[in-house]
Ligand binder design. Structure first.
Ligand SMILES: Nc1ncnc2c1ncn2[C@@H]1O[C@H](COP(=O)(O)OP(=O)(O)OP(=O)(O)O)[C@@H](O)[C@H]1O
Length: 600
């Protein structure tokens, strides 16, 4: 993934990556075919328009109109008839363009929505290891920015490009047919002019990429700072941050203006080149008309075809830039879409054993985080936890307690040994079955931007309002919910910023109680509560632990005096196990910690 990200920013994009979009377009192939037919109709119609003009001039106004009646595209039509036919062509063209626009945009929107959903679902199935190397901001920018780019290309650029290609090829053929002499002249001039335009065009592309990178820098800075506002204000860095931001916007302004300057020059050059060519050819053509070598109508249609060809070339150049950018965007999205989770599920997972309670067995478990493979976070841990047992994990910070929880939830796989639940290796179970059976109250609970009721219901989506409130009462949530303006319906704000740490913890406890899982993991579940609430919440937790196997990580030993067993960890190893009383008598690490905490 890291490698792919590094590659994404450099070198010419491989256009073949665009074929990766086909699975998202295939379901809509009938509509795509319809759009193609409409495109052909529109292009055909527009190529007929100059011919209609030619006839109008030669047979409609001209002196020879009467004798020549019966020739030309529109045959023997009267002057009025010519105009009606011309309008008919314009209307057919408009209709085809509108229908194609609708169809193609529909396919673009639909395919991008599908792609976005597929990528998002894929990202959600990744293990935490994935998010260690990829920033969430980057995933978001891929989901929005990159998919929008693809939408532009699928929903408009490609059809614009094809239309221009038809226009170009058809126009060139018609130019040659109308006057081969003028066509050859035109061709030589075009080749001479296209070269400098291409060189400048490349410079514009480089500058616009640079300009986009600068804008991304600005948003990255703003994103980081806005997320850290309390710290910024506590350190009184607001002015400094405003200055840093304005420095970056200034840089992106300067880059944008540099690009605009080159682009303005390019526009002037293109207009001069196109108009110059047309005027030059008109001049030569006018002399030919004067000498009777071609008719006025032929000259008029020639000029119109030349304008179509020039327009076609211009659009194709623009579309080419979009297609290249979309190739880059597709590559980045497909990277995400094809990312394999580090945690692999069995093709045919076992069903979890249908026992009322779960027993856990850690068998010589060794574990090192993938980001730090040389350091063992857990080093040869063997532990048996009986069904229904309450076990506390204690030990200094960094001992590996949380890592043990991560392994039980299978956020990571063990490096050696195995984790068994009711005798089954957890790698044999599906992740869904495994995690459905575990309720966790994490150190730093997450609150979603929804109301209190929905936040608790997240533990078990099919719970009734009454069940949710019961869990809330057990976790003492109702004690503070009652004081919120709209009770359970109160919106808890972005990331729960409207709640205190202790309140957030109680919501998480209610969520865990509601889940009714057979295994309960408490990671410092009451650390943010005051002494009084802690005693009350502990009662709620006691109710939740009833009949459940429970693992409790605790720094404050007072909270785990009633557990069945304490496991003391240090440096990734289990150094002591036993009841609180036994351990105090042993005079080891636990008794030292207990002496510091409990006897003071
Ligand atoms: N994602 C990670 N990548 C690499 N190393 C990690 C990662 N998470 C934790 N560690 C390391 O693993 C070791 C064990 O961490 P762990 O979080 O399990 O400790 P802990 O006992 O729960 O500590 P605390 O009581 O402070 O929560 C620590 O040295 C830590 O630095």
């Amino acid at each position: 993934m890291q490698q792919a990200r590094n590659d994404a920013g450099k070198g010419p994009r491989r256009l073949s990556v665009l074929s990766g979009l086909w699975p998202f377009l295939r379901p809509y192939r009938v509509r795509i075919a319809l759009a193609f037919v409409l495109l052909c109709v529109a292009s055909g119609t527009i190529l007929l328009v100059p011919l209609a003009f030619r006839d109008l001039i030669d047979f409609g106004f001209g002196a020879q109109s009467r004798e020549a009646a019966g020739q030309g595209l529109l045959g023997a039509l009267s002057l009025n008839g010519h105009f009606v036919a011309l309008f008919g062509l314009a209307f057919l063209w408009a209709l085809a363009v509108a229908m194609r626009y609708y169809t193609v945009s529909w396919v673009g929107e639909r395919a991008t929505a599908d792609l976005r959903n597929a990528v998002y679902a894929r990202v959600l199935s990744q293990s935490p290891q994935f998010f260690e190397t990829l920033q969430t901001g980057e995933v978001l920018s891929r989901l929005t920015g990159d998919t929008t780019l693809i939408q532009t290309v699928v929903g408009s650029s490609i059809s614009m490009g094809l239309r221009s290609l038809f226009q170009f090829i058809g126009g060139m053929i018609m130019l040659a047919v109308t006057s081969f002499y003028l066509f050859s002249l035109n061709l030589v001039l075009m080749v001479l002019l296209v070269l400098p335009i291409m060189v400048i065009g490349r410079k514009v592309r480089r500058l616009s990429r640079e300009s986009q990178d600068r804008i991304a820098d600005t948003s990255a800075l703003a994103g980081e700072i806005l997320n850290a506002m309390p710290t910024v204000q506590a350190c009184t860095q607001e002015q400094e941050e405003a200055r840093r931001y304005s420095d970056r916007t200034e840089t992106s302004f300067v880059t944008a203006i540099r690009r605009t300057r080159v682009r303005a020059a390019l526009t002037a050059l293109i207009i001069t080149a196109v108009m110059g060519t047309i005027i030059f050819v008109l001049w030569i053509g006018a002399r030919q008309v004067h000498d009777g070598l071609m008719t006025g109508g032929e000259l008029a249609s020639f000029v119109l075809y030349a304008a179509l060809v020039a327009g076609g070339v211009g659009t194709m150049a623009e579309v080419w830039g979009d297609v290249m950018r979309a190739a880059g965007a597709t590559e980045r999205l497909l990277d995400l879409l094809h990312a394999e989770s580090a945690i692999r599920e069995q093709d045919e997972p076992q069903q979890p054993a249908p026992a009322a309670q779960v027993g856990i067995r850690l068998d010589h478990v060794v574990f090192a985080y993938p980001g730090r493979p040389q350091v063992r976070a857990l080093d040869d841990i063997s532990l048996d936890i009986r069904p229904g047992e309450r076990v506390a994990l204690v030990g200094p910070s960094g001992a590996g307690k949380t890592s043990l929880f991560q392994l039980l939830l299978r956020y990571y796989d063990v490096t050696g040994g195995s984790v068994l639940i009711n005798g089954q290796d957890i790698r044999q179970l599906s992740l869904h079955d495994l995690r459905k059976d575990i309720a966790i109250v994490p150190q730093d609970p997450v609150i979603f931007s929804a109301n209190a009721l929905e936040n608790i219901r997240y533990g078990r989506m099919d719970a009734t309002d009454e069940e949710v409130m019961q869990a809330a009462r057990a976790a003492l949530v109702d004690e503070f919910i009652g004081r919120l303006p709209e009770g359970y319906q109160t919106f808890l704000g972005e990331r729960g910023t409207r709640l205190s740490g202790g309140q957030r913890q109680r919501i998480a406890i209610a969520r865990a109680i509601l889940k009714h899982a057979r295994l309960l993991l408490l990671d410092e579940a009451t650390s943010a509560l005051d002494a009084e609430s802690e005693i009350l919440v502990q009662q709620g937790l006691n109710a939740a632990m009833e009949g459940r196997t429970t693992l409790i990580i605790a720094h404050r030993l007072a909270t785990v005096q009633k557990v069945d067993r304490i496991v003391v960890m240090e440096g990734g190893r289990v150094v002591e196990t036993g009841t609180p009383e036994d351990l105090r008598k042993q005079g080891g690490l636990y008794s030292r910690l207990a002496a510091l905490q409990l006897d003071l």
